[in-house]
Design a binder for this molecule. Structure first.
Ligand code: PHE
Length: 342
């Protein structure tokens, strides 16, 4: 009897559902068949009065049927709300697709790659070193002892260390690679070391706390300043694609002796004078010098056995000159409108 009733209800639902046209009708239907006052709910409520055997049998059937009805109602609900039926979905393959936003190399990376290309074509090897560096490699071995005023030229970020442990810094220049490379190799060699460097600087249009540098080091028995000038001139002429001159001005670096700052004739106006070179005809580029014999001693070479030159400068400066970028801070802005121009 009860079983018959339950199966009847299911049949009625199946019939009624095909006529449902909107969610209000569906709501009414659900209320009529499964609601609190429905026949079905009465059956479920009455289960407790049945014999144990019937309760089990009818209970099972009633619950199964209730789930089936709920399922029928749910799929009608989805149909009405326009949910996609994968079986019936159509794809218009002629519609234009969505364009994926692809990334772009930062001009610093482009310039760094270009620098590496030019130098490797001149027989240089690319060397690498850590960005978190010990005090020894970043300072002491480069003839910058703890109490020397030259330390103040490069204020940096120190890592917290326990007392007694060797100091760790975020490297202030790529000159640490000179020491690491020389400790592991015997001359002759010529290397470049591009990479990220850090300084405790207030940022402005020309300064960043995190920037990219590039270092060159050539060591052999009779390397001289003339070799430096030639390599520098060759490199900058290739990089800017025009003839230019190199000018040296006396300077000081603890790890080179003699030391100089070097300029190139303005790559924009060719030396005539323009706003980029401040009408001087020259562009300041970086520091250089002959490797101090004390540095050779620090890596275990005999004094006066070798000679070499080293130079270093900031990569952003070259990128700014090449692409006429007016503010250093653009490089790290993360603004795609900026990087996509190059
Ligand atoms: N390490 C120096 C700096 O960052 C640059 C430099 C490199 C100077 C090599 C001379 C020789 O200021």
């Amino acid at each position: 009897m009860l079983e018959q009733k339950i199966n009847d209800i299911k049949k009625q639902v199946a019939q009624a559902i095909s006529k449902i046209k909107n969610s209000q009708e569906l709501f009414d239907l659900e209320k009529r068949f499964l609601g609190r006052k429905s026949e079905f709910t009465d059956i479920l409520k009455g289960l407790k009065d049945l014999s144990q055997e019937d309760r089990k049998k009818i209970g099972e059937l009633a619950n199964r049927t209730k789930n089936e009805i709920a399922g029928i109602i749910l799929s009608k609900k989805q149909e009405l709300s326009g949910a996609v039926d994968l079986g019936k979905e159509k794809i218009d393959v002629t519609l234009p697709g969505y364009r994926k936003g692809i990334g772009h190399l930062n001009p610093i990376t482009t310039v760094q790659n270009e620098i590496m290309d030019i130098f490797t074509s001149m027989g240089f090897e690319v060397a690498d070193g850590p960005e978190v560096e010990t005090e020894f490699y970043n300072f002491d071995a480069l003839n910058i002892p703890a109490d020397h005023p030259a330390r103040d030229m490069q204020d940096t970020f120190w890592l917290k260390q326990k007392s007694g442990e060797e100091g760790l810094v975020l490297r202030t220049h790529t000159s640490n690679v000179q020491i690491r490379y020389m400790s592991a190799h015997k001359p002759p060699f010529r290397i470049i070391a591009p990479g990220k460097t850090f300084r405790h600087e207030a940022t402005d249009a020309k300064h960043e706390h995190t920037f990219y540098q590039f270092e060159a080091l050539v060591v052999d028995k009779n390397i001289s300043v003339a070799n430096f000038k030639f390599i520098a001139k060759t490199f900058f002429e290739k990089f800017f694609g025009r003839e230019l001159n190199i000018r040296l001005r006396p300077s000081f670096f603890p790890f080179t002796e003699p030391s100089f700052e070097f300029d190139i004739s303005c790559a924009i106006c060719g030396g005539k004078g323009c706003s980029t070179c401040g009408h001087s005809g020259w562009l300041e580029i970086g520091g250089a010098g002959m490797v101090n014999q004390k540095v050779f001693e620090a890596v275990g070479y005999k004094r006066n056995e070798y000679q070499g030159f080293a130079w270093g400068f900031g990569i952003p400066r070259l990128a700014m000159l090449k692409y006429k970028i007016d503010d250093n801070r653009h490089f790290h802005s993360g603004d795609l409108r900026f990087v996509k121009q190059f």
